[in-house]
Every structure is written in structure tokens, then in C-alpha cells.
Design a binder for this molecule. Structure first.
Ligand SMILES: CC(C)(COP(=O)(O)OP(=O)(O)OC[C@H]1O[C@@H](n2cnc3c(N)ncnc32)[C@H](O)[C@@H]1OP(=O)(O)O)[C@@H](O)C(=O)NCCC(=O)NCCS
Length: 346
């Protein structure tokens, strides 16, 4: 029934105990439905993350709740003017929407659309992106009229299946093919004095990641955005690890990052991997990935698997990952729709 559900704004900073109770119950329901083999973050850490106001990303949240039970939640986010990415990203909005399984097809999902359009109008954003992994999400986004813009493959590598001697060979070959290049391992945040050079190379590499048809802005990493990123990790005690290659002139030519967290000790999240375009074709990608996995095995013997996501069109990264033994676990799709084209939210 149109108009039956009216979303209300959520302000994590001022939210009371009753909100947190229904929110934590809701996110557990979601996790059980969508990622049942992954543990949820601790309640206190989750609250700290949601209460933290990011200097670079703005967050809006709205809920539909009945009788003390959260039925649906919208999290919409955008790039703040303070962000170095603002100029090329200010037209974009991101939305994450979830309605619990038992309450779907009652108009709760669509009740968030006028709110979303209103938020976008207020910030002059023209395009919103949605990330979809489940059939219901695909059905909903098609109804919304959004278009598929990027397909991603999420893969997992099971540690007990890794061919470790092969990885050791990759490390030896990498060093042999590039005798002037040094491999460095950083446990924890990249040291502050390194961040200027590191973030400059990260920005170059990140902007070479295939984005398929996605309308996207530039990715700009700076020492300030790195600090923000690490502060966010700290709130749930996540530990970053970085392996990089450095050329004879000091230039960082390859980077791979993962993170570990105490609430999910059985698995590692792969973050970014990149090799500078002018250093490709020398086996640096295989070298850094193999060196990272060998390092993780020694550091965290309880690791069972590592997960990663790559655009379906990212042939070089997928090839390395498949050679390591990564297998497709699920797929995800980014949809986008412009405010001008959306008729469902009005
Ligand atoms: C996507 C989601 C939020 C939709 O919530 P919802 O409350 O069921 O949505 P609505 O009832 O407002 O659906 C509106 C219309 O979308 C379409 N739709 C919704 N779910 C659908 C499905 N499973 N299959 C096909 N069409 C669907 C229908 O046309 C529906 O209208 P109708 O029921 O009158 O036919 C919900 O399914 C969900 O939480 N999915 C998992 C998370 C997700 O994928 N989120 C979206 C991306 S961020």
C-alpha cells in the first residue's frame, strides 16, 4: 500500500539504547541471510564506527521500524567538499538498502526512494549507485529502472589448498627478474614519513583499475585520507599489512594490502593490489601477492581463507588470482540511475 511506510532518520551520534538494540538485531539477520559464514563485528566496535564522523564522507541513514523491530534500513553516502575527491565525485551518491526477508514485497524498499531523491536534490547529486549481490536486489533495481554498470567477481582462496612451494618459486622468480627491485613488508599502518610518496603511487595505480561502464570520479589518496582510513580500521582493531616493491631510484612500483581483524580471525580481507603501468610485465604482481600470502601464513596461522573482489573485466588480476588458486565465491553488480531518469521516487 503506497504511503504505508514512512522512513525516519537515524542519528547514530544521539541514538539511544533502544535504537542500538534493534539495529544490532537487524544487522545479524542481514548477515545470516547474506554472509552466514562471516562473523559480525562486535557491537561496541560497530557503534564506534557509526558514531565517528568522517572528515571526507557524509552519511545519511533512515529506518523503517515497527513495534521495536527494524524492518528496513537505508544508508546513503556521498563525498564531502573537504575530500580531495570532491570535484570529480560530487555528482555521485551511493545507497545501500536492506529489507529483512520476511518483510519484502510490501513496499518498504520503495518507501526509501523519495527520501533518497530528496537527499540527492539537497546535495545537487545527479547519479546514485547501488551494490547488489542477491536476486531480490536485482529484481528491485530493474524495477527502479537502474542500469548495470559494473560486474564484480568475489573470490576466495582456501589456505589449506595453497601450493606453498609454488608461491616460494614466484617470490624467487620475481626477485631474479628484477634484481634492482627491493621487496618491503609493513605490518600496521604505513609510517607517516612514507605516506606522501606512498599515497601518490597508490593514486596512480588505483585510477588504472577497470571500472567498466560505471560513472565514477577520480580516486585521490593523500596522507590525510590515509590517516582517516587507518583511524577507521582502529575502531574495530583491524590491522593493515602492506607488501610493496621499490625500484633502485626509490619509486614504489607495486603495492598489495590486506587486513586482519580479531572479530574474524579465520579470514583475511584482500584490499588493493596494483603495479605501476610502467613496471608491468616483470612479474611484480605475482611476487607481491605470493610474498604477502607467505607472510600471512607465518603471522596468522589460524587463517582459513582470504577473500577478494575484482571487476569481471580485470583479466590480469583475475589471472594471477586464479593461478594462486582463488575460486569464484559469488558475484556482485553495481547499478546506477540518474535523478532525471528515476520516476519511482516521486
Ligand atoms: C532490494 C530490497 C531492498 C527491496 O525491498 P522490498 O521492500 O522488498 O521492495 P518493494 O516491496 O518496495 O518492491 C518494489 C518493487 O520492486 C520489484 N521487486 C522487489 N523485489 C523483487 C524480487 N525479488 N524480484 C522481482 N522484483 C522485485 C517489484 O516490482 C516490487 O513491486 P511489487 O512487489 O508491487 O511487484 C530487498 O529485496 C532487499 O533487502 N534485498 C537484499 C539487499 C539488496 O539487494 N539491496 C539492494 C541494493 S543496495
Amino acid at each position: 500500500m503506497v504511503g504505508e511506510f514512512v522512513p525516519s532518520p537515524v542519528d547514530p551520534v544521539d541514538a539511544g539504547g533502544e535504537f542500538w538494540r534493534r539495529y544490532h538485531e537487524f544487522r545479524r539477520v542481514r548477515q545470516k541471510e547474506t554472509r552466514p559464514d562471516e562473523p559480525v563485528r562486535d557491537d561496541a566496535d560497530e557503534e564506534a564506527r557509526m558514531k565517528r564522523i568522517s572528515p571526507f564522507q557524509g552519511d545519511d541513514r533512515y529506518e523503517v521500524s515497527r513495534d521495536g523491530e527494524m524492518l528496513g534500513l537505508l544508508h546513503a553516502y556521498y563525498t564531502k567538499p573537504e575530500s580531495p575527491e570532491y570535484e570529480s565525485n560530487k555528482h555521485l551518491y551511493d545507497a545501500d538498502l536492506f529489507v529483512r526477508g520476511a518483510n519484502r514485497r510490501r513496499g518498504i524498499g520503495s518507501s526509501f526512494l523519495p527520501v533518497l531523491i530528496d537527499l540527492m536534490e539537497r546535495r545537487n547529486s545527479t547519479t546514485v549507485s547501488f551494490w547488489v549481490e542477491e536476486d531480490a536486489g536485482h529484481g528491485f533495481l530493474k524495477w527502479v529502472g537502474a542500469e548495470v554498470k559494473l560486474n564484480e567477481i568475489e573470490s576466495r582462496l582456501i589456505f589449506s589448498e595453497i601450493d606453498w612451494p609454488e608461491l616460494e618459486r614466484w617470490v624467487e622468480q620475481g626477485a631474479r627478474r628484477s634484481p634492482q627491485t627491493r621487496l618491503e613488508i609493513i605490518d600496521g599502518p604505513v609510517p607517516e614519513e612514507e605516506r606522501e610518496a606512498f599515497s601518490a603511487q597508490m593514486s596512480v595505480m588505483l585510477n588504472t583499475v577497470p571500472m567498466e561502464a560505471l560513472d565514477h570520479g577520480d580516486i585521490v589518496v593523500t596522507p590525510d585520507t590515509m590517516r582517516d582510513h587507518y583511524e577507521r580500521f582502529d575502531l574495530s582493531h583491524e590491522v593493515p599489512h602492506t607488501v610493496l616493491t621499490r625500484e633502485a631510484d626509490g619509486t614504489i612500483s607495486g603495492i598489495t594490502e590486506v587486513n586482519w581483524a580479531p572479530y574474524r580471525p579465520a579470514f583475511i580481507e584482500q584490499q588493493f593490489t596494483g603495479v605501476r603501468p610502467d613496471a608491468r610485465g616483470r612479474g611484480l604482481g605475482k611476487w607481491i601477492k605470493a610474498a604477502m600470502l607467505l607472510h600471512i601464513r607465518d603471522l596468522y596461522p589460524a587463517t582459513e581463507w582470504i577473500g577478494t573482489g575484482n571487476a569481471g573485466s580485470n583479466a590480469p588480476m583475475l589471472k594471477i588470482n586464479r593461478a594462486l588458486g582463488f575460486k569464484q565465491h559469488r558475484t556482485g553488480t553495481a547499478y546506477q540511475i540518474t535523478r532525471a531518469r528515476s520516476s519511482r521516487g516521486r
